[in-house]
Design a protein around this ligand. Structure first.
Ligand code: NDP
Length: 311
């Protein structure tokens, strides 16, 4: 029987995904049709982005799964009309690799103090030698797909890495902590803090005044996770007071970040416009095709979202 796959993401994305999705789906050997519009009752799978026109899943009566194009699912996980399984994107070749490069690059920038040489208007000869990586503890909040990949890259350079997650983890070469106590310990030595948590009700304002107070004075914050993880007023106050030396922020409560937002003008903030990483159409299409293949073979879907946990 023909498998019907609806592409329900902003239409501009269709140009990027149409050919890679066809290429990946052809590889599965399935008889399929893929398009931007089908009668809802005929649709088996939805390739989805929450910005799509599909917000009510009720008419999709034979839906077998919704395959989210993005890693973050905060825009769909709470949708009560969705009864079918929801899978998120785990795109090792594209998304994960991109995040590893972003995090490693920004960690190295702060670790080496590169800014002092890149912007040096007075041409000062100031031979400050940075410590070796082994003397610069890094903490990653979130030890999932992306957090673990970044942890591996950073331990490979020599950084002592501590990771924090909701449930206990065992990641080679990484000090793994969880729970409330674990959170406090994870912050205590965090000279560089990377946030790679999902946006859920439990993770809102993870980095608030109390959390910042636990960190060493002069720490660096890098947030490619989600804007809601940070209490912005608390971070700005900590930056003003020198408690946090610099924040590199890729994600914000409101995107695009409004022109007048204090982050833009703050000398100790670097704003990157949600470009830490992106799902890459060729590799992401293979992930989606594989999940459809599994669904049609009666096998469990990969990367299923825990609807109760919210990620
Ligand atoms: P995962 O679901 O694989 O990992 C999430 C991690 O966060 C897990 O370790 C999980 O713990 C932990 N976590 C969740 N809730 C809590 C909590 N309440 N307390 C402590 N730890 C918690 O997600 P990914 O690694 O794939 O992605 C992480 C996030 O990165 C995405 O949700 C998205 O928001 C963001 N992202 C940003 C991009 C960008 O360009 N800026 C691009 C892609 C993703 P446990 O292991 O116990 O489940």
């Amino acid at each position: 029987m023909t498998v019907t796959i609806l592409f329900a993401a902003p239409e501009a994305r269709w140009a990027d995904y149409e050919a890679p999705l066809h290429a990946a789906l052809r590889e599965t050997g399935l008889d399929y049709r893929l398009g931007l519009s089908f009668p809802p009752e005929e649709v088996d799978y939805i390739v989805y982005a929450p910005e799509s026109h599909v917000q009510d899943f009720t008419p999709y009566t034979r839906l077998k799964a919704v395959l989210n194009l993005w890693a973050g699912v905060e825009g769909v996980v709470g949708n009560e009309t969705l009864k079918a399984p929801l899978a998120r994107m785990v795109d090792a070749e594209g998304l994960t690799q991109g995040m590893v490069e972003y995090v490693t690059g920004h960690v190295m920038r702060h670790h080496l103090g590169m800014d002092a040489q890149i912007v040096n208007p007075e041409h000062e000869w100031d031979p400050v030698m940075p410590p070796l990586a082994r003397d610069r503890p890094v903490t990653i909040l979130g030890l999932g797909t992306l957090g673990q990949a970044c942890a591996h890259a950073l331990t490979g350079i020599g950084f002592p890495v501590t990771g924090w997650s909701r449930t206990p983890k065992d990641v080679s070469g990484v000090t793994c902590l969880h729970g409330e106590d674990g959170f406090r310990h994870a912050l205590e030595h965090a000279q560089i803090l990377v946030l790679l948590l999902p946006d859920t009700p439990d993770t809102a304002d993870t980095l608030d005044t109390r959390a910042i107070e636990r960190m060493p004075r002069g720490a660096f914050v890098i947030n490619p996770g989600r804007g809601a993880l940070i209490d912005d007023d608390a971070l700005l106050a900590a930056l003003d007071a020198g408690e946090v030396a610099h924040a590199t922020l890729d994600v914000f409560r409101q995107e695009p970040l409004p022109k007048g937002h204090p982050y833009w003008a703050h000398p100790c903030v670097t704003v990157t416009p949600h470009i830490a990483s992106e799902t890459r159409p060729p590799s992401a299409s293979r992930v989606i095709a594989e999940n459809i293949r599994r669904g049609e073979a009666g096998k469990p879907f990969l990367h299923l979202v825990d609807r109760d946990a919210g990620y």
